[in-house]
Design a protein around this ligand. Structure first.
Ligand code: NAD
Length: 375
């Protein structure tokens, strides 16, 4: 078996495997090929990969000679491993053109953002590992941009009140933002449509903002469900009231495969305190704030709105460490101890993450979206 790792492009600093991940594959009788300088932005040199047991190669060589190709971001045209296996984060519910291209290029593709949310699948759940990093980093960015302290200070020069942080969405990223904000001494309020998270928020020292009348979401596998119009009106008013008293708003609310819910309107930003910071981590799926621009920072009404959708890339060493472990755990399901491929489509993780195979699109949700787009 040969596994190849491609170099990411553009602003991406992460790499799919670090040198520390290589021995696991070598022990499985697997050759590992790394595109030259793939790890450079994650502080991993070509020499360190070679010392760990990998070989440095060109992209063309890797695409031709690997059985499995690893890529973090969806591959560009010249990175598609025709007729091979691709493991990546394809965001296939919105990247439908790419999915069609992968099917027509006979690629067996696995998208780890489609991992089922089961206990067994946690070891390959890249959404959780990357959300942990994003939630932490977002708070550090907010604290560095805020013209106020996070913690309370009492000194001879007077008393500084602690900053107020409002977190929208208490999933993995939101809970990590809560924990980090509390460590820095802020007062934190959290809002989520899922009632189940109330206790988790309280146990981390946050105050849970509750809106009456939420729909039952217990059958949605840990995800949010869309709410009624009446609920949304009540929710909008309550969020407005809390946001205008906050120094920092961290937006993490998302609904998989759909546009992110709009929670901070222009009218709310108009009423916010000067110097406040909004970090919109939902920028990649439309943003929770009406004024967010993806991957841009704007200042409106003296409020800084940061639309960064890829914080994990800003902490590339630990992000690659966690991501690499997720990729290894996934490949452990595909490669046996002798280095042979063993694709067991009765395994819910393999079946759930598989997007294309045998020249066809095999994920039902992606198929539905594509047939809707084409109708
Ligand atoms: P996510 O990124 O899809 O969404 C982030 C949060 O936004 C969620 O908590 C969601 O309820 C919230 N949200 C959606 N619409 C909202 C709205 N209108 N207003 C306010 N909040 C809104 O979620 P995630 O962080 O990937 O995961 C959500 C939950 O799934 C986790 O908290 C966890 O309990 C569960 N989970 C389970 C596993 C597993 O078992 N393997 C793995 C990861 C997560």
């Amino acid at each position: 078996m040969t596994v190849g790792v491609l170099r990411e492009g553009g602003e991406e600093n992460r790499v799919a495997l670090l040198p520390e991940h290589i021995p696991f594959l070598v022990k499985k009788n697997t050759t590992v090929l790394i595109e030259s300088d793939a790890g450079a932005s994650s502080c991993a040199s070509n020499v360190e990969y070679v010392d760990a047991g990998a070989a440095i190669q060109t992209r063309d060589y890797i695409l031709k000679n690997s059985d499995i190709v690893l890529k973090i971001n969806p591959p560009e045209e010249d990175q598609i491993p025709k007729g091979k296996i691709l493991i990546s984060i394809l965001n296939p519910l919105t990247n439908t053109q790419l999915v069609k291209k992968l099917a027509s290029s006979d690629v067996t593709s696995f998208s780890l953002d489609m991992t089922p949310r089961t206990t067994r699948a946690q070891a390959v759940d890249i959404l959780s590992s990357m959300a942990t990093i994003a939630g932490y980093k977002a708070v550090l960015v907010a604290a560095s941009k805020l013209p106020n302290f996070f913690p309370m200070f009492m000194s001879a020069s007077g008393t500084i009140r602690p900053s107020k942080v409002l977190i929208l969405g208490a999933g993995v990223a939101g809970l990590q933002s809560l924990a980090t904000s509390r460590k820095l001494g802020a007062v934190v309020e959290v809002f989520d449509v899922r009632r189940a998270v109330k206790e988790e928020v309280q146990s981390l020292g946050g105050k849970f903002i509750e809106v009456e009348g939420a729909k039952d979401d217990s059958a949605a596998g840990g995800y949010a469900v869309e709410q009624t119009e009446e609920y949304q009106k009540k929710q909008a008013e309550l969020i407005h009231q809390h946001a205008i008293k906050s120094n920092v708003v961290i937006c993490t609310a998302q609904i998989p495969g759909k546009k992110a819910p709009l929670l901070i309107t222009k009218a709310t930003v108009d009423a916010m305190m000067p110097g406040s910071v909004i970090i919109d981590m939902a920028a990649g799926s439309g943003g929770n704030c009406e004024l967010t621009r993806k991957d841009e920072t704007i200042i409106y009404n003296r409020v800084r709105i940061i639309g960064n959708s890829n914080y994990p890339s800003k902490m590339p060493v630990d992000a690659s460490k966690m991501l690499g472990k997720n990729y290894l755990n996934f490949m452990d399901l595909l490669i046996d101890q002798e280095g042979n491929l063993n694709l067991d489509f009765d395994d819910e993780i393999i079946a759930g993450t598989c997007i294309t195979k045998d020249g066809e699109i095999c994920n039902e949700r992606v198929k539905e979206i594509i047939s809707f787009e084409e109708s």
